[in-house]
Design a protein around this ligand. Structure first.
Ligand code: ATP
Ligand code: MG
Length: 452
């Protein structure tokens, strides 16, 4: 649902954006809508988000991860140096601007580089030789908006810094698997690959360029442009002719050095040991330069070409290249919008009022207000009418809000100190003393008394 706001400024005098007076001329009507590819998350949808976030916090905490929050903008250089100058993100997708001091800033397009920047800056390695961090928040990429692809989107990511052992690769993937099980999305497949390391990848890269040179005429213009600067990305091109032209391309996993080969074999052994289903996809590459060795994606066939719901891998040289200690790292990011799409119709119901107090007359409304406020302070979701509506209209609203109980408060009830508490589900009623309303409701809501 989209709302268009009409803001009408009739005279310059009435302008309240003092700093921006020059932007608002006399007698203009502005149509203000959200920026293309950036969406509101409205009540009714936000409950699914809250569920996905809450389960993440539970699962990630179980695996020993702590949350880290970093600023949305960072210095542009951070992303150029970590993600890579020739990647799609840095070449085309970044929201980069100069601030008023002429510093080039970029709205983070991903979470790993900022987390590494913070890790180095705050010397987190001095606190613990192994850091397990997770983050959750908006990312920004200037892409063509479509289903599952937006310009502001949200990632839930996790990083482990300080462990080279393949068991941590398996742990991270086990946590990812556990998360998807807990949120009830089973229709995803884990694909793993190894991208080698600075010892074995350069030779493979040259071999791949040689291969691509023999098929240049069959590649799309974008792949023709980038096959020398970023040959691995050609293997990831979504265009069918490029995919067909590269079916016989050499694979990195056939050219790994001994150490990478051994590491990848161990990752697979450990995954099998903890029953995490996976498939090796030798064509999988990642769109960011910092990945080495283990890389992975969780893919679905439910979202068209936006088929990756989560992706990640090792980035063993990244921290050092950013000026930090030589520590290995591994992590992943989950695209939350894609999870929300996959949850689809399975909407999580918003919380409904537990009690609606319908008041008749001014005095009753005042009493209802105090009663409602006390109940809310004790954790009971209470609601009332603020507009002096008729009893019928108030009951209609209670029904619309799906209130679990209603209480009608009139002169008689105030005098006697008793009122009828109605269970809206089975229409049964019970007389309750207003003084003990909180206790009665708490008992009923905890299910101890069943029906009224
Ligand atoms: P894709 O191949 O779909 O462009 P990517 O390789 O660019 O994905 P990553 O940088 O690995 O994606 O980000 C991790 C996850 O974040 C993706 O698997 C996806 O779920 C999500 N994601 C990435 N870009 C977007 C976007 N523009 N809109 C919504 N989700 C996104
Ligand atoms: Mg992308």
């Amino acid at each position: 649902m989209r709302y268009v706001l009409q803001l009408v400024r009739s005279t310059e005098k009435s302008c309240f954006f003092e700093d921006h007076k020059s932007c608002i001329s006399k007698d203009v009507a502005l149509s203000i809508a959200a920026i293309k590819g950036m969406n509101d998350i409205l009540p009714g949808e936000v409950e699914t988000w809250q569920f996905l976030e809450q389960v993440a916090r539970e699962v990630f905490t179980t695996y020993g991860f702590s949350e880290i929050r970093t600023p949305v903008p960072e210095k542009t250089e951070l992303f150029c140096r970590s993600i890579g100058e020739t990647t799609d993100i840095v070449e085309k997708e970044m929201y980069t601007f100069n601030d008023k001091s002429d510093n080039s800033l970029t709205l983070r397009p991903e979470g790993t580089a900022p987390v590494m920047r913070s890790f180095i800056q705050n010397r987190l390695h001095n606190l613990d030789p192994v850091s397990k961090l997770y983050y959750l928040g908006p990312m920004f990429r200037y892409e063509r908006p479509q289903k599952g692809r937006y310009r502001q989107f949200h990632q839930l990511g996790a990083e482990v810094i300080g462990v080279e052992d393949a068991r941590i690769d398996a742990q991270v993937l086990a946590m990812l698997h556990q998360y998807f099980t807990r949120i009830g999305i089973e229709s995803v497949a884990l694909q793993v690959n190894s991208l080698g390391c600075p010892d074995c990848r350069p030779a493979y890269r040259l071999q791949l360029i040689d291969f691509l040179e023999t098929r240049l005429d069959q590649l799309c213009s974008e792949c023709q442009r980038r096959y020398r600067t970023n040959p691995l990305r050609v293997l990831d091109c979504k265009i069918a002719t490029c995919q067909a032209a590269t079916t016989a391309a050499p694979a990195m996993i056939d050219h790994l050095c001994c150490a990478c080969d051994e590491h990848f074999a161990q990752v697979q052994t450990y995954l099998k040991a903890v029953d995490i289903p996976f498939a090796v996809n030798a064509r999988m590459v990642r769109g960011l330069d910092y990945y080495v060795r283990t890389t992975f994606e969780l893919v679905t066939d439910q979202l068209g070409s936006q088929n990756a719901v989560a992706a990640g891998g090792r980035y063993d040289g990244l921290i050092e290249s950013l000026g930090g200690p030589a520590l290995p790292g591994i992590g992943f990011a989950i695209g939350l919008e894609r999870l929300v799409l996959m949850k689809g119709e399975e909407k999580i119901q918003p919380a409904v009022p537990q009690l609606f107090i319908a008041a008749l007359g001014e005095e009753a409304a005042s009493r209802a207000f105090v009663l409602m406020s006390r109940l809310q302070a004790h954790g009971i979701r209470a609601e009332m009418d603020y507009q002096g509506k008729s009893l019928k209209a108030q009951m209609r609203r209670a029904n619309k809000l799906n209130a679990e109980f209603t209480l009608i408060l009139g002169e008689e009830e105030i005098t006697s100190g008793q009122a009828q508490l109605k269970n809206m589900c089975d229409s049964t009623q019970k007389t309750v003393a207003l003084d003990s309303l909180q206790q009665v409701l708490q008992e009923k809501l905890s299910g101890s008394m069943g029906s009224a």
